[in-house]
Design a protein around this ligand. Structure first.
Ligand SMILES: [Zn+2]
Length: 250
């Protein structure tokens, strides 16, 4: 069966000179593995469309669960990310998270949209990589069904807009009074969150994917937001990503 799909190439495994597997994040089929003959050579008509960090339109042959590339056309390339090692490392982390949390055969429209928007902002808009990373991590957790409860104290339901505490593993907040009364698990991570951090977290979780990076936090509070987002996503995915270690080493 022949199908035409749009997808972002998020990884490749080269198999000799003439063949490679590419991993493609698609809206309709989740993350799929596609065999691309000849696409490793820059003389191939499919060279550009099958490169990592490229959004392409693909003509594929589908046989049961295996896909073979017939022809591809580039829609948008984020290959320019490669000119900055830190941006490239962050982009690699982002696509490895997207690939990990998407499953073959499942609708991944929101995840694809978030990933594309993150790569776009990272490559073309001047925003701090830490802000981009934090927003992606928290929004990604929300998109896959793990939005944290940020509206009120989980114990007494009081408003925590003026600040409180965030429990990473529980994914919920507590006010100052309740914090001392909550029995927490040994592995729990608790962060004190200021009004600006709670506002930023709410913004990320509730905003439209296209606007998810349009917020600011004071410089001295970015680290808290960044740590919370990273640890929250890691707790939800129960996975450590080698690309994150590379990003953090730069
Ligand atoms: Zn409370």
């Amino acid at each position: 069966m022949e199908i035409n799909i749009k997808g972002l190439v998020i990884g490749e495994t080269r198999l000799g000179d003439n063949k490679k597997f590419i991993r493609v994040l698609t809206e309709e089929y989740g993350c799929i593995s596609v065999v691309a003959y000849g696409a490793s050579s820059n003389k191939s008509k499919n060279f550009a469309s099958a490169r990592p960090f490229t959004l392409s339109s693909f003509n594929l042959t589908k046989k049961r669960d295996s896909y073979t590339l017939k022809e591809g056309a580039v829609i948008k390339s984020f290959f320019a990310l490669g000119t900055d090692p830190k941006s490239l490392a962050l982009a690699s982390y982002i696509v490895s998270v997207a690939g990990f949390v998407s499953a073959q055969g499942e609708d991944s429209g929101e995840l694809l949209s978030l990933t594309l928007n993150t790569l776009y902002v990272l490559s073309e808009i001047k925003k701090s990589p830490e802000l981009i990373k934090a927003a992606f991590e928290l929004k990604c957790a929300a998109v896959i069904g793990f939005a944290p409860a940020l509206l009120a104290c989980a114990k007494c339901s009081c408003d925590i807009s003026h600040g409180g505490y965030f429990y990473v593993y529980e994914g919920e907040c507590a006010c100052e009074e309740c914090k001392s009364r909550i029995e927490k698990a040994e592995y729990e991570l608790v962060y004190k969150i200021s009004p600006s951090v709670i506002a930023a977290m709410r913004y990320i979780v509730f905003s439209d994917i296209k606007k998810v990076f349009s917020f600011t936090v004071p410089d001295d509070e970015m680290e808290t937001l960044s740590e919370i987002s990273e640890k929250f996503l890691a707790a939800r995915t129960e996975n450590s990503f080698p690309a994150l270690k590379v990003y953090k080493s730069l």
